[in-house]
Design a protein around this ligand. Structure first.
Ligand code: CA
Length: 183
């Protein structure tokens, strides 16, 4: 005897599950268990995870699982088919830092590498385009300072709770980083 199982699922969020449920006529308990497994597998794979942000025509990946140097962060983003972060507008700075603030807890020295590098001390350009970093109001007061003559890489720094600023930092310092889609 056939048993039809009706399960209410938001089709907009999980269209594949809905499709499978609607087309299955369950004949025995093993089929029902298979259905539950299918549902749990699909539910555990959302479209974007907590570290992904989309704004305008870019997708951003916020890496807070491990800290690394500017160089390794640069290569890691390339491995993902992405670039290290380039912020080219004031609204982009606000949006990406607001997203990070909504996802991470403040801690001392909470920093994120960007793709900014100094062609001369305190003169920052984006590595991928060669264009100058034009976020002059976003530097922490007194930065860039090229401390000890060794700060040639650009980072976002949450220097106090809910406040992000720019800072030049030694490229071998280990910190989190942000990748973005290439465009
Ligand atoms: Ca500095």
């Amino acid at each position: 005897m056939l048993t039809t199982v009706e399960i209410s699922i938001k089709t907009r969020e999980f269209p594949s599950i809905h499709h499978n449920v609607r087309t299955m006529n369950l004949t025995k308990a093993s089929d029902f268990l298979l259905l539950l497994l299918l549902a749990s597998t699909s539910l555990s794979q959302p479209t974007y995870n907590r570290s992904t942000y989309v704004y305008k025509n870019k997708v951003y990946h916020i890496e807070t699982f491990f800290k690394t140097t500017f160089y390794s962060a640069f290569m890691y983003c390339n491995k993902l088919g992405m670039n290290l972060l380039m912020i080219t507008a004031e609204d982009e700075f606000d949006k990406i830092t607001d997203f990070i603030k909504s996802k991470v807890k403040y801690e001392k020295d909470l920093m994120f590498w960007t793709a900014g590098a100094a062609v001369e001390p305190k003169e920052f350009h984006w590595m991928y385009t060669g264009l100058p970093v034009e976020l002059n109001t976003r530097w922490l007061q007194g930065e860039p300072n090229n401390l000890s003559g060794s700060e040639y890489c650009l980072q976002l720094w949450m220097n106090k709770p809910s406040v992000f600023v720019l800072n030049d930092q030694s490229c071998t310092t280990k910190s989190y980083f942000v990748c973005q889609t290439t465009n």
